[in-house]
Design a protein around this ligand. Structure first.
Ligand code: CP
Length: 332
């Protein structure tokens, strides 16, 4: 019989798990400022582990169910990349037509099945509130990857990380939201997260695509500074402009979309007229609202956001699965 050696603290410092109370990520409302700091810190650590090629294996043996009932490029592939980079595996279903939901199965029953196959699920669904229904059906962690025109909390977290990386922090920033503030779920989630910081917000949209009253009411209640205008020039004195497309798929009345679809367009000359070298962010996809001639400006952050998105989602997968990270300092 061999005695089990006790770990030498010099050789193997204990792995610590941060104070993070959430196993599901469903709504940007669920986070305190401290939670956001934990997520940002975990993402920063993940970036260092990735650079040192030490992240692989952290989720070995775990399976992510990637459930995308609505189209996606970035969110689906970045979650799947995140799981692969951590050494886990992915099972997936894309679109209702390739799921038994098309035969009448409920989301509840679908989730009950998936819980037997996977350790964690990420779900995109066209119906607002669906990720909450999915989560209520199971014990495993569930992450909302966008529910109709409701919320897209993991996009907002990567938007926040982008501001920290590209502008050194969030407090003190003046942030413009440009575009479809009515249906844009990424905007809805980011506005909720920014309420934890000392920021001024400028809401730039056609009147018919204004931020829903429930969000404006919340901003007023929390004494947050915000202005509303239809004039895109208002972004010139902002530190960040978060540009979004008009969400064609959310319009009930097609003629309304046709009337509004060319309401605004940001190009290189327009961006360069800004006095503040405004950081241009966009959750993508873009259509006509942001010209490709902006792409090679140093303050165009939207393609760099793809990399930040993988790191944030790696951090969230480890946090939701309660897997501690190894120490960052090299051990002997
Ligand atoms: N930003 C975003 O949600 O993109 P996808 O729809 O491609 O996932």
């Amino acid at each position: 019989m061999f005695a089990t050696p006790s770990p030498d603290p010099m050789l193997a410092p204990p792995m610590e798990f941060p104070d993070f109370p959430h196993t599901n990520i469903l709504d940007a409302d669920q986070f305190s400022r401290k939670d956001l700091e934990v997520i940002l810190e975990q993402t920063g650590k993940m970036e260092q582990l990735e650079q040192a090629r030490r992240a692989f294996g952290l989720l070995e043996g775990r399976i992510l169910a990637s459930l995308f009932f609505e189209s996606s490029t970035r969110t689906r592939l970045s979650f799947e990349t995140a799981m692969n980079r951590l050494g886990g595996r992915v099972i997936s279903t894309v679109g209702f037509q390739f799921s038994s939901i098309s035969k009448g199965e409920t989301l509840y029953d679908t989730m009950k099945m998936i819980e037997a196959y996977a350790d964690i699920a990420v779900i995109r669904h066209p119906v607002e509130g669906s990720s909450r229904i999915a989560s209520a059906a199971v014990q495993m962690p569930v992450i909302n990857a966008g529910d109709g025109s409701g919320q897209h909390p993991t996009q907002a977290l990567l938007d926040l990380y982008t501001m920290f990386k590209e502008r050194g922090g969030v407090d003190g920033l003046r942030v413009a939201f440009v575009g479809d503030l009515k249906f844009g779920r990424t905007i809805h989630s980011l506005i909720k997260l920014l309420q934890h910081y000392d920021v001024e917000m400028v809401l730039i949209s056609p009147v018919d695509l204004a931020l829903p009253e429930s969000y404006r009411k919340e901003l007023r209640k929390k004494n947050k500074v915000f202005e509303e205008t239809e004039d895109t020039k208002a972004l010139w004195d902002c530190d960040v402009a978060y540009v979004t497309r008009i969400q064609e798929e959310r319009f009930v009345d097609r003629s309304e979309f046709e009337r509004l679809k060319n309401s605004y367009s940001i190009n290189r000359a327009f961006v360069m007229a800004s006095r503040k070298s405004t950081l241009i962010m966009h959750p993508l996809p873009r259509v006509q609202e942001l010209s490709t001639d902006v792409d090679d400006l140093p303050n165009a952050a939207y393609f760099r956001m793809a990399h930040y998105g993988v790191l944030v989602r790696m951090a969230l997968l480890t946090l939701c699965l309660r897997v501690p990270l190894p120490p960052l300092t090299p051990t002997l």
